[in-house]
Ligand binder design. Sequence first.
Ligand SMILES: *Cc1c(COP(=O)(O)O)cnc(C)c1O
Length: 432
Amino acid sequence: MMISDCFAINDQGHLTIGGCDTVALAKEFGTPLYVMDEDKIRRNCRMYQDSIQQYYQGRGLVLYASKAFNCKEMCRIVNEEGLGLDVVSGGELYTALQAGFPAGRIHFHGNNKTREELSMALDAQVGHFIVDNLRELELLDALAKEKGQVADISLRIKPGIDAHTHEAVMTGQIDSKFGFALETGEALEAVRFAAQFQHVNLKGLHNHIGSQIFDIAPFLQAARVMLNFIAQIKKEVGIVIEELNLGGGFGIKYVDQDRPVPYGDYMKEISLAVVETCKELSLEVPYIYMEPGRSIVGEAGLTLYEVGGVKEIPGVRTYVSIDGGMTDNPRYALYQSDYTVMVANKANEPADQVVTVAGKCCESGDLIQEHTPIQSVEAGDLLTVLCTGAYNFSMASNYNRIPRPAVVMVKNGIPRVVVRRETYEDLIRNDQ
Ligand SMILES: *Cc1c(COP(=O)(O)O)cnc(C)c1O
């Protein structure tokens, strides 16, 4: 079984993605190369949207967290699927608007939106602002007033859930740069504060407890904490909060040992917890937002590299050098993320060698994976890293003046370039 259902092995023993032979893709488009399976992305979008239909009678919207993978074509796909879009910067917003994404379905996040970004978003009639702090609240109200608008907002709340401990424990979690803390009373204060402004309309609350989470429990706990807060606001401030954003963070399968909960199960359990808690608290079920990023695109992508030197250091390890590295995938260098690697042109052979995959940057830490099993590998082979659809292209850099790879989208076995490969000319475009 493959890590993701969009990967397979063909008669020639080559790895395929979305029905396309990776060896042929590398030949046609060059390496390094990001490849994404459009059908897989669309299936993931629908799975989330369907669960909103099923559990909330359609009273909710899935927002794709575009920081996971953002380019114009991705925005078009998300729009066609009827989802909303999260952006966290002027650049992500600009990309979405240029792709024709309806501004009304865009939610603007971020812990330090600048005056220029807020102004740009108001001018574009962005549908929703997730306000992180009091300074932003004041600034947004003032800007909206100048422009004769009223901005719909949610407040970002730290529910005090630590999703990364095995048990869902209530922790301080005050030590986060995002949002208003519940347990100090800061969040309630912010609600009272927001209620006084004329040019912001407090519609909702938002929380996001982390990323690559495999447990359902912390999500359920966060939902209950948020609903209790909504009940408290109703009682003590007299405001009805109509919308609840439950965030993203659903884990995906990078390696065999990963055991992600099927998203349908997540959605079912969270939805039941929301409906049940509302009943207990005599609250109307709020309009629900979910914000998956990684789980929409992560397993839908892979990266292809050509192998250069293979350096065997007896008694130490074997380094396999590839023609990309931390510039196109900084996640191992950043936080030792697990990945599955393969020799794409020998995909049906046993992975009986253990190697370290190294990039071409001038950094010893430029590694993609250490001590990882792989098929017998030699110079000229096509090496692939699986499940790189999220937080790879979007985190890429030009370190060492390495041009960013192209992104190829595959649909029904037909590939097309959706982001062209950077050229050397692109690299000096802004140099004076
Ligand atoms: C990053 C982020 C997401 C998406 O997280 P994933 O782990 O990619 O699903 C959702 N909401 C907010 C506020 C985020 O910052």
